[in-house]
Design a protein around this ligand. Sequence first.
Ligand code: BJW
Length: 254
Amino acid sequence: MGSDVFNFPAQLLNVLRSASRVTVLTGAGISAESGVPTFRDAQTGLWAKYKPEDLATPEAFQRNPRLVWDWYAWRREQLGGVAPNAGHLALAEMEQRLPGFTLVTQNVDGLHQRAGNRRVVELHGNITRTKCFDERCLVESWEETGEVPPHCPSCGGNLRPDVVWFGEALPPEAFAQALSASRACELFLSIGTSSLVYPAAALPHEALEHRAVVVEINPNTTPLSLQASYCFRGPSGQILPALLKEAWSDSPSL
Ligand code: BJW
């Protein structure tokens, strides 16, 4: 699809080129074109009968730790076979071009880092890390005894993925960074998120209150759409490269 199809307004292109601070919030939609199902997509195969919202809670883990561990093991395996897409790569390029660039993600898949972003604020943790359910400390290695989930080498408690479940607090430092970057930016891009899950969903509103231009990139409308300064409807893997190309069309690297 040609970039002209998206009709990027001159005001937006100017802000993107000249802003001293740009903040981006991504959600599961940015990884959709890599083949990672979004959080609220219907699950497939063995997992089709479970709703992700019902598995991503500490209560679900306490009720059935094996089931929840196996769900994450299956998702980790899926991630082994996917690669960053053109949307991730465009954001890595933006980090190179813009000194005041902050990438905040709700995703736990690590694809931004694999695309080349060096500074990624992870609000909901990372599926590749493991921690102790009881002590909450990160655990690098453990004995494989065949038990599922495996046990913490220090206290014997159940191990779990280092992600943030419903009802749990976000990592305080990551959230503080996200909040201050949202309040300080001139341009805020909300990409591939349903804008349903708080406190992440509050970040674009913080940016709006601090007079930033707020852009939504998503094939579907969300609760943010009515308040956003601009909405671009379509896949981020097409829109982001087109936006970069339009903003820096004179650049030899594009
Ligand atoms: C494309 C596309 C393409 C498709 N291109 N786009 C009001 C205020 C504050 C809090 C609450 C509140 N009401 C309720 C709460 C509590 C709760 C909450 O928000 N619930 C809502 C459901 C209402 N929040 C919490 O519990 C949070 N914690 C908290 O509030 O703590 C308080 C506390 C303080 C002190 C002590 C103790 C507690 C924690 C939230 C944690 C969320 N965790 C999850 C799971 C992570 C691990 C895992 O992956 O399993 O994070 S839930 C899930 O939702 C995941 C995601 O990061 C997150 C957001 O989802 P996302 O990314 O938006 O995905 P989807 O699937 O919803 O949307 C995809 C979008 O992509 C769609 O819009 C598509 O259209 C689009 N798309 N293809 C671009 N090609």
